[in-house]
Ligand binder design. Structure first.
Ligand code: GDP
Length: 567
């Protein structure tokens, strides 16, 4: 008798998204299409849809209300007949939601709570036990909502501060092509390898650990901001610190700027490594001047960005760079709980002929142990073996540690969240739930911002910032649009230009928009075909213009909720 949102949507032949909007109109709050709804609500929706199609007219909010009160009154009659109904509620529920579930006016519930000596308002949350007691007064039996597997994968549990211990920083190296990202990573790995290990084969697992002054630093082996933002777009926050590599003989280039903005949008601190300092043409001061334009101001000029001169080739400045990483890590107070079930992110995954699916997991919380049940996306299993970044077999891996995991049923996708559960059986059932979800066409299409939805989101208080990415044919236009748009900020909404660049709209821009819930504005430029495809998939709003005034006009109208939809 209990239905998932997507099941009912299927029955009704409408999209889950539409159903969720209808439910919202009915004051029934559901988390996503996996959420369950009770029979009465389902019936109500079915009636409404039938009525709607019968009349062939758009439903007005008023008739929802009429319907609702009809149902409510029949329910009250039922109650009088002493028929106890069963409702399913989560561990915590608001007075309002409980009222909706029971079909009873919140006022009555609040009165009842006052009888218990509790003064609460309609939005107050009450715990399961109180809700149960209360519901029983209204002749309802209560069962507890079981957590969806998906919830488990999405939800970040919060830790008691006293359980938190320091963890090593995770670092990504970013910068323009050929500025020396790969060389720098190599140099870092080499300087930190002990003599004993030097002869051995260093295995590539997607991340490496180095030790400086007895402290660990973890490096992600894939350089570049694209990988970094792609992970973030999938919901995985992995990097704590970004090292921005700029070649001293070349200067700030388009991808340097992109990297800066991608790191900033993620709120990740940046350390600048001025590379190729061994070259005669090296001019570190010029780099500092150029980067100052993007808000990266060196300490000696009164800013707070750390700059280090390095040469990946001559291996100079590497130790100093690593010390600075530790310094920034210390200031960031990176901590994690070591004593709980593990949760991590898939960094890399492949199929090995002999050993089956192999995934590199960066553990972010808890400790992953051999024998744990694990699930990542639709892949599940039991940890058969763990290997560290040096290829050594280990029994357990704690926070910030990259490990190779053997024992998954299929190859997961980079960016997937991996969680450890009590048994392989539980892992399997969560993975199956994920599989069902993926059959849903609505899967992976979270509600992204668009100019048309801006006003609605503003009113609901869902957004406070309007994040924009501006691409244009010339730098001058970007500046002009930026200045004009930033003036549009109002009390309710802050217009933020998170990235501006010259050239066509690329996949990288779409990724950033997806990760930062931003809208892309193209001025005299268009998206390339890959960007177009990705924007469709990620539901990113791309608007192109030829006249600056039109950009301003649209943004201002959108902020007032008066923008005509684009067809
Ligand atoms: P990436 O594209 O950013 O990963 O750059 P690479 O690491 O592939 O380096 C690009 C080129 O610059 C290669 O030919 C390197 O040998 C060279 N290179 C990298 N670092 C240095 C350096 O510190 N000094 C000099 N002279 N050349 C370097």
């Amino acid at each position: 008798t209990k239905l998932r949102v997507y099941e009912l949507a299927k029955q009704l032949g409408i999209s889950s998204k539409k159903l969720i909007t209808i439910l919202e109109d009915l004051d029934v709050t559901v988390k996503n299409h996996m959420s369950t709804i009770d029979e009465d609500t389902a019936k109500l929706v079915i009636e409404l849809i039938e009525e709607e199609s019968g009349k062939g007219k758009k439903k007005s909010a008023q008739s929802y209300d009429t319907k609702k009160s009809e149902i409510t009154s029949t329910k009250t009659e039922d109650n009088n007949k002493n028929e106890r109904k069963v409702i399913t509620i989560p561990r915590k529920i608001s007075v309002k939601d409980l009222g909706v579930l029971m079909g009873i006016e919140p006022v009555k519930i609040i009165k009842k709570l006052m009888d218990y000596g509790l003064m609460v308002n309609i939005n107050a949350e009450i715990d399961f036990e109180s809700a149960k007691k209360l519901a029983s007064e209204f002749e309802f039996d209560v069962t507890e909502e079981k957590e969806d597997g998906q919830d488990l994968l999405i939800k970040e549990e919060s830790d008691d501060p006293k359980d938190l211990k320091p963890r090593p920083p995770v670092v990504t190296v970013m910068g323009h092509v050929d500025h020396g990202k790969t060389s720098l990573l190599d140099a870092i790995r080499q300087t930190s390898v002990t003599k004993q290990e030097a002869g051995g084969i260093t295995q590539h697992i997607g991340a490496s650990e180095v030790e400086v002054n007895g402290k660990k630093i973890v490096f992600l082996d894939t350089p570049g901001h694209e990988a970094f933002t792609a992970m973030r777009a999938r919901g995985a926050k992995v990097t704590d610190i970004a090292i921005l590599v700029v070649a001293a003989d070349d200067g700030v280039m388009p991808q340097t700027v992109e990297a800066v903005n991608h790191a900033k949008a993620a709120g990740v601190p940046i350390i600048v490594a001025i590379n190729k300092i061994d070259k005669p043409a090296a001019n570190p001061d010029r780099i500092k001047q150029q980067l100052a334009d993007y808000g990266l101001i060196p300490e000696e000029w009164g800013g707070d960005t750390i700059f280090v001169n390095v040469s990946a080739k001559a291996k100079t400045g590497i130790d100093q760079l690593l010390e600075m990483v530790l310094l920034v890590a210390e200031m960031s107070e990176l901590k994690a709980n070591y004593n709980c079930k593990a949760r991590g992110v898939i960094i890399e995954a492949k199929l090995d002929k002999g050993r089956g699916p192999i995934a590199t997991v960066l553990v972010q919380r808890g400790t992953l142990r051999v024998g744990d049940g694990i699930v990542a996306g639709t892949s599940y299993g039991k940890v058969r073996a763990l290997f560290n970044s040096r290829g050594k077999r280990i029994k357990a891996a704690g926070p910030s540690m990259p490990v190779e995991v053997l024992g998954l049923s299929e190859v997961p996708t980079a960016g997937d969240i991996l969680i450890a559960v009590s048994s392989e059986k539980e892992a399997k059932s969560i993975a199956e739930e994920q599989k069902n979800l993926q059959k849903e066409p609505e899967y992976n299409t979270p509600k992204k911002i668009s100019l048309n939805r801006l006003f609605e989101k503003l009113q609901k208080g869902e957004v406070k910032d309007l994040n924009l990415i501006i691409k244009a044919d010339v730098q001058g236009s970007i500046e002009a649009i930026k200045q004009a748009l930033e003036k549009c900020s109002s009390d309710q909404v802050q217009v933020k230009i998170i990235h501006g660049g010259v050239g066509t709209i690329t996949e990288s821009d779409v990724m950033l928009a997806s990760a930062s819930d931003a809208i892309i504005i193209g001025f005299n430029v268009r998206p390339d075909s890959n960007a177009k495809k990705m924007a469709e998939k990620e539901q990113i709003d791309i608007r192109t213009y030829r006249i600056i005034y039109d950009v301003l006009d649209d943004i201002q109208l959108a902020m007032k909720g008066m923008l005509e939809p684009e067809y």
